[in-house]
Structures are given as C-alpha cells and as structure tokens.
Ligand binder design. Structure first.
Ligand code: HEC
Length: 282
C-alpha cells in the first residue's frame, strides 16, 4: 500500500511559484522546533469541488485536491530556506523529495529532505499536493493522512517552522451499492406474501391441501426461506405463460377448485394484478 502511495499519488508535482489558492482554511497552532513564538501562517485544505468547500473526509472515489500554503514570517521573506512536506500515514512518516517522490522518513535531521531546497522564500508559498486524484481507486482508502508543511531559513539557525496540528484527510472505505430490489419482489414482499398467499391461498395450495395436485404449492412460514421460495414459485408460474390463469382462478373464473377467493374489485386482487404486470415487465 505504501508503494502505491508513493508511486501513484504523488508523482504529480508541484510548481510552487505559479499557483495561488482562493480561501484555504488556516491550520491552527503554528509551531517552531524550539518552541519560540512565530507569526508564520500555515493554511491547507482538501476539496472535492475546487475550493468551494473544504472537508476532512471524502468518499472512496471522490477526486480531490489537496493544497497547502505557508505564509512565512515577514522577516523571512527573501531569505533563502527550505520547504518541507511531511505526511504521517498509518504510523509512518514520509517526506516529499525535490523530485516529487515521497520517501519514508526516520525522523532524523539528515534524512529530512526538502521538497523545495535552497529557495528564496516568498511571503506566500503555495504547495499543491494533488489535483483531482481519487485516492480509493488508486489503492488508498479507509485511512487518514496527516499533512505537515515546514520551512527553515538561513536567517534563523537550527529552527523549523510548521503547522503544529496537521491537516488531516480521511479517505473513506468503498461502499458496496445495494443491488436494486426487483419491483415484483417489493410488491410480493409488501402486499402478496402476507395477505394473499399466507392469509388465503395457502389454506389449499400446499402439498397436503385441497390443491395439492395443482401447479401452485406454497411454503408456509415454518420454512425460513418461505418468502423467496413462494416468490420464485409464482414468478416461474407467470413466466410459463399462466398469468391469465393466475388472475382468473382466484376470482372464481376458469372453474377454480377453490371457488372465489378474491373479489375482482378488492385491493388484494389489484395488488396481484400489479405483481403479475411487474413480473411480466422484468
Ligand atoms: C379452498 C381451497 C383453495 C383455496 C383457498 C385457493 N385455491 Fe386455488 N386451487 C384450488 C384447487 C382445488 C385447485 C386445482 C383445481 C383448479 O385448477 O382449479 C386450484 C388451482 C389454482 C390455480 C391453477 C393452478 C394450476 O395448476 O395451474 C390457480 C392459479 C389458483 N388455484 C389460484 C389461487 C389463488 C391465487 C388463491 C388465493 C387467492 C387460491 N387459488 C386459493 C383450491 C383452492
């Protein structure tokens, strides 16, 4: 997964000079390595709508931009320094090197690679991390990445300036879409199974009932899968060309051995018709 992160996501880089961002949220707690106060400002955000809104959590497949910006201390403008991008991800630290690749970082100063080394610092240093990247399909999901940006300057020895609270970006896990329920199954579940099959027809239409030799035998609710079994029985019966028989017998037509079981004007009969039509349409 980490290889994927390195290879896929972050090849896109990074023209620090030419970009500017509209209304990046300010990141709290500007911090220095020695604990000295700083007036540097750190901004950053992740957005799925090109900066109209910023969020911390995104759907698996949402293409997002992640942008960061450092506003260096006034006294550091036009001094030479380095800009660093750090990602904390699943317990590991990565630093962005000047070639745009993320390197695992052991937190040592000698391996602290700058993304923009030896740079004349401007009052605003925008850093685009990714543009329109959908992390989930790239193999990064159900996870949170924390972004820290830092700089140092030759004007102040042995000091780093950074956002003390990282920018946190969560990529949610993939949500399996529920397959749509067939309309006929919905009607059967809501209006046929209980009132018509279990409440009426099943009095005769079981293996041991008066209609035991007919083609329509239903499972009682003692069978856990009765609903699915009876649905399949009726769908098969209808698809074998028996829809006219199914609608005529219960109203007493076609010499139904069980006589009139449903009034043609009843809601139950209308539901049975709607069910037959839904099966035929599917
Ligand atoms: C009182 C008993 C009884 C009840 C209740 C009953 N039936 Fe029947 N049904 C029969 C008998 C007996 C047969 C077999 C003779 C025939 O085909 O009419 C039959 C056959 C059928 C058939 C023809 C099946 C085939 O073999 O093709 C259909 C359709 C049917 N019934 C529908 C219904 C429906 C729908 C209900 C419930 C609303 C229902 N029946 C309730 C007794 C009943």
């Amino acid at each position: 997964m980490k290889t994927i992160l390195k290879n896929t996501l972050f090849l896109s880089l990074l023209s620090a000079a030419s970009i500017s961002f509209a209304q990046l949220p300010e990141l709290s707690t500007p911090t220095t390595a020695t604990g000295t106060e700083t007036t540097a400002v750190f901004l950053g955000g992740a957005t799925a709508d090109n900066g109209a809104t910023y969020a911390n959590s995104f759907a698996f497949d949402a293409p997002i931009d992640i942008d960061l910006e450092i506003q260096v201390e006034a006294g550091h403008v036009n001094t030479v320094g380095n800009i660093y991008v750090i990602i904390v991800w699943e317990g590991s630290y990565f630093v962005l090197d000047e070639n745009g690749a993320y390197q695992l970082w052991d937190l040592s100063v000698e391996n602290f690679l700058a993304a923009f080394p030896g740079k004349t610092l401007q009052s605003s240093e925008p850093i685009n991390i990714v543009n329109d990247v959908a992390f989930g399909p790239a193999g990064v999901s159900d996870t949170t990445m924390d972004f820290i940006i830092a700089y140092d300057t030759m004007a102040v020895a042995n000091e780093f300036f950074y956002n003390g609270i990282p920018l946190s970006v969560t990529i949610e896990e993939e949500v399996e879409e529920e397959p749509p329920v067939a309309q006929s199954l919905q009607i059967f579940t809501d209006s046929i199974s209980g009132p018509i099959i279990q409440g009426n027809c099943i009095a005769c239409h079981t293996g041991s009932g008066a209609a035991g030799s007919s083609a329509l035998l239903y499972a009682t609710i003692s069978l856990p899968s009765f609903l699915q079994v009876n649905y399949t029985t009726l769908v098969d019966y209808i698809n074998q060309g028996n829809s006219a028989t199914l609608l005529s017998k219960p109203t007493g037509g076609s010499g139904h051995g069980g006589g009139v079981r449903l009034q043609a004007s009843s809601t139950d009969f209308q539901n049975l018709e709607a069910f037959v039509n839904a099966v035929l349409a599917e």
